[in-house]
Design a protein around this ligand. Sequence first.
Ligand code: GDP
Ligand code: ZN
Length: 459
Amino acid sequence: SQKIVQQETIVAIASAVVPSQGSIGVVRLSGQTALEIAKRIFHPQGKKQWESHRILYGYIKHPDHNTIIDEALLLPMFSPRSYTREDVIEFHCHGGIMPVQQVLELCLEQGARLANSGEFTLRAFLNGRIDLTQAESIAEIVGAKSVEASTVALASLRGKLAQPIKNIRHTLLDILAEVEARIDFEDDLPPLDEDQVKQNLQASLEQIKQILATKDQGELLRSGIKVAIVGQPNVGKSSLLNAWSRCDRAIVTDLPGTTRDVVESQLVVKGIPIQVLDTAGIRNTEDTVEKIGVERSLQAVNQADLILFTIDASQGWTEKETEIYEKIKGLNIILVINKTDLGNPDTINYPSEIKQIVNTAAAKNEGIEALESAIINTIEKGKTTARNLDIAINQRQAAALTRAKLALTQVEETIKNQLPLDFWTIDLRTAIQALGEITGEEVTESVLDRIFSRFCIGK
Ligand code: GDP
Ligand code: ZN
């Protein structure tokens, strides 16, 4: 059934759909009739050859009545030297949604089908141009929230993740072949070199563990963390967030749809995306409406990975602070003593369980860097981050690696207990299957569905 699907020519807008982003729009065609369709609607200026990877300049016209739709550049990339390994035609049109949309519709009229999300990449995978880790990294590059996140995705696009996994898998396939041969032709072969097998198994396990250790880092880079700013009114929570967002290291995008009680901002600190929640205030109240707000703030606070409990240096630790602290005790807290221009932070008595303290003067942009360092230290503590490895696996890859790890541990047990060879092969096969799912060497349709449904249209 895959063959039939791939015979259809697909088309999509491949550039950002937001009109303000970039001044050109790209419409991408891929498939057997891509060139045919392009020749019907694109008229190059002068007598130009349609050669692969040669840009043509000309006009896109409606074939029925020759009305000019846009002036455009056309880039043909013939099979197999293209993203999908099929014939690919890209129209680089003038920006703005109108021309791009019209060119798309024209291609549809001429028999192309609108591409599903990720379908170009799916074809690249099915045609053997990329493996699954590379396909996934394309989605990650597109969705990356920080430069570092896209850097690790780029590394796995270049095959840095797939290669070691393929190597481990081939080692295991060799072992499996050796073992199966002994089962089938026991009498004709020299005995199995058990020490060699054990050594290879152990080395494979070790490598799997190392790659697994990149998961936390990968998650940090991909999803980032949630930080909630908590404190009584007027201590400077909003000022703190403003000062923080304004420094040039941070990118701020205000997320829409935030409630009145919790304001969200997105920052990037040392490559890690941080979602900051400025909570309206956690206090004891009898007012029903206010209670809902406090409830929402508390909910946000409980979902956060880290709390910035902010107090006013000129007021010190008051009963109000104790009241709030009762509600957040036990969570991961950094005490932020703000307004240090108005009061001496060293004279403040706070509960001794609070171990992390940062002094700031938000109104003067002071202490922000120290705050960032404290946050990074806190979130990296206790995590097996592998900053020196330039790959980072995602959850799907980690799940498969974990299955492989368990299976190989089981094989080691089997050998230790001197069970018959048939027992070895069961777990070896499980491990090989799991590793194959990561790279796509062994893959089921449901895995493909899950991966490619995460793409946006046009990729
Ligand atoms: P929030 O209610 O906790 O969000 O507090 P705001 O950020 O709205 O700040 C309350 C007031 O304190 C504002 O007038 C700020 O300008 C002021 N403020 C905030 N941070 C500082 C600081 O570090 N020093 C001084 N002197 N004033 C500050
Ligand atoms: Zn505020």
